[in-house]
Design a protein around this ligand. Structure first.
Ligand SMILES: Nc1ncnc2c1ncn2[C@@H]1O[C@H](COP(=O)(O)OP(=O)(O)O)[C@@H](O)[C@H]1O
Ligand SMILES: N[C@@H](CCC(=O)OP(=O)(O)O)C(=O)O
Length: 406
């Protein structure tokens, strides 16, 4: 029998999650926007915009996360393939991003729709103030009826502050804008149980959680212009569904079917509920500024949720962080068991470690990672419950009702 979230006979076989969605993030990959010989393919851009503009005209808000800046910049710079070095990618993106947005602007204008370019670095949504600022800007663009076209700001992104792939960026943007659905459009029509070029590979129609992925082989990019391949898409789906946003993964040529709720591609069902913006940011987007190593007892107390982490539980400190910076918390073997916002600066904590009860990380500013359960010595059946447990945040309900008050 179908679960309530699955395409059902009552909906004429359509997916309820898609029919309900009022705000959708659509991510399109480079391989779906460029020609085989390189450069932007205007016909494919127009075909995608036809679908998005119709959806927008039907009253559903669209945020487009579009790759393709680097691919679009190759031919104009006389390059025949994607540069391997960061500077080369920055140069290609710098030329290609303008062309990409100019193309979208012209294409959406056919429907009387405006587009707005939004370029983000990991730092932009990796710090609380910028995260809030990005939400405000995107919400305003949407309320004024325009279509935000988001990409990573490749030209100024350095390797330390890079998302690197737009699949993860799209998952974080879905949470940022409070989307009801994320649609990942690629050159492949869904997730297969192995390399889709292999004879006999089968497409998964529904993924309900990690257990459905146990026997799935995830490969790299299929084209010369895409990055990440299926690994980054499945990781993006894990982030989005864990934060309450279902994901449809399909081919760009099936975008119309996907947005109409027809059961195309693979539907990743939500596995969690929307949680505090700042904790999702802490887990997936923040760049840690240091590490804090803990005693076995301190790790156990963290996992059991016994309040703030005191400096007595700290054995080593590294990095250069100030109070409020994200840090990684390590167990005795050096495994990362949690991320948190430091309550003390590096210098102060170095002096107090092992000796003082002063708070190192407040329990509201802490996200446990799956390794924490093993490190705390919990039996296997309990580990699943602890995996990526998000501790209750102060003012959580109030924040979530009134916007991302992180
Ligand atoms: N298990 C899998 N199921 C589907 N596609 C896969 C799988 N493993 C690897 N791939 C490859 O991933 C590619 C899509 O990723 P990518 O090239 O990065 O696309 P995009 O540019 O759309 O982000 C597909 O063309 C396919 O060859
Ligand atoms: N920001 C880069 C895209 C990086 C990326 O994730 O590409 P893809 O795998 O094609 O979605 C660009 O615009 O070229």
């Amino acid at each position: 029998m179908n679960s309530p979230m699955t395409a059902s006979a009552e909906n004429g076989g359509l997916r309820p999650d898609v029919l309900r969605a009022r705000r959708i993030v659509v991510k399109v990959g480079s391989s779906s926007l460029t020609t085989a010989v390189g450069g932007l393919d205007s016909d494919r851009v127009d075909a995608l915009v036809d679908v998005l503009a119709r959806t927008r005209s039907g009253g559903t808000e669209i945020v487009l996360v579009s790759s393709g800046a680097i691919a679009a910049g190759l031919a104009p710079l006389g390059l025949s393939e994607r540069p391997q070095d960061l500077a080369g990618q920055q140069a290609a993106a710098c030329v290609g991003q303008g062309l990409l947005v100019a193309r979208y602007t012209a294409s959406f204008a056919r429907y009387g729709l405006r587009v707005g370019q939004v370029l983000l670095t990991a730092d932009d949504i990796g710090r609380r103030a910028q995260y809030r600022n990005a939400y405000r800007a995107l919400a305003k663009v949407l309320s004024m009826g325009a279509v935000p076209v988001v990409n990573e700001n490749d030209t100024v992104a350095t390797s330390e502050i890079r998302f690197g792939d737009n699949d993860r960026l799209a998952a974080l943007v879905s949470h940022l804008v409070r989307a009801d659905l994320l649609v990942l459009l690629s050159d492949i029509d869904g997730l297969y149980d192995g390399d889709p070029r292999r004879p006999g590979a089968r497409r998964l129609t529904d993924v309900h959680g990690q257990q459905d992925l146990a026997n799935v082989e995830l490969g790299g990019a299929g084209s010369g212009v895409g990055t990440g391949g299926m690994k980054t898409k499945v990781e993006a789906a894990r982030i989005a569904t864990g934060a309450g946003v279902p994901v449809v993964l399909t081919a760009a040529r099936h975008a119309a079917d996907a947005l109409a709720g027809r059961p195309t591609g693979t539907l990743f069902h939500r596995t969690g509920d929307r949680n505090s913006d700042h904790l999702l940011w802490l887990e997936h987007a923040s760049s840690p500024r240091g590490t804090v190593q803990l005693t076995a007892d301190a790790v156990r107390e963290l996992v059991q949720g016994r309040g703030a982490l005191p400096a007595t539980g700290v054995t080593r400190v590294a990095g250069q962080f100030v109070a409020g910076d994200p840090v990684e918390l390590l167990d005795e073997e050096g495994r990362v068991v949690a991320r948190g916002l430091a309550s003390l600066a590096f210098q102060e904590l170095s002096l107090l470690r092992g000796r003082s009860g002063r708070e190192v990380v407040h329990q509201d500013d802490l996200v446990l990672l799956p390794a924490s359960a093993r490190a705390a010595g919990l039996p296997a059946q309990l580990r699943r419950q602890v995996s990526v447990r998000v501790l209750p945040a102060r003012e959580f309900a109030a924040r979530d009702a009134g916007g991302p008050g992180i």
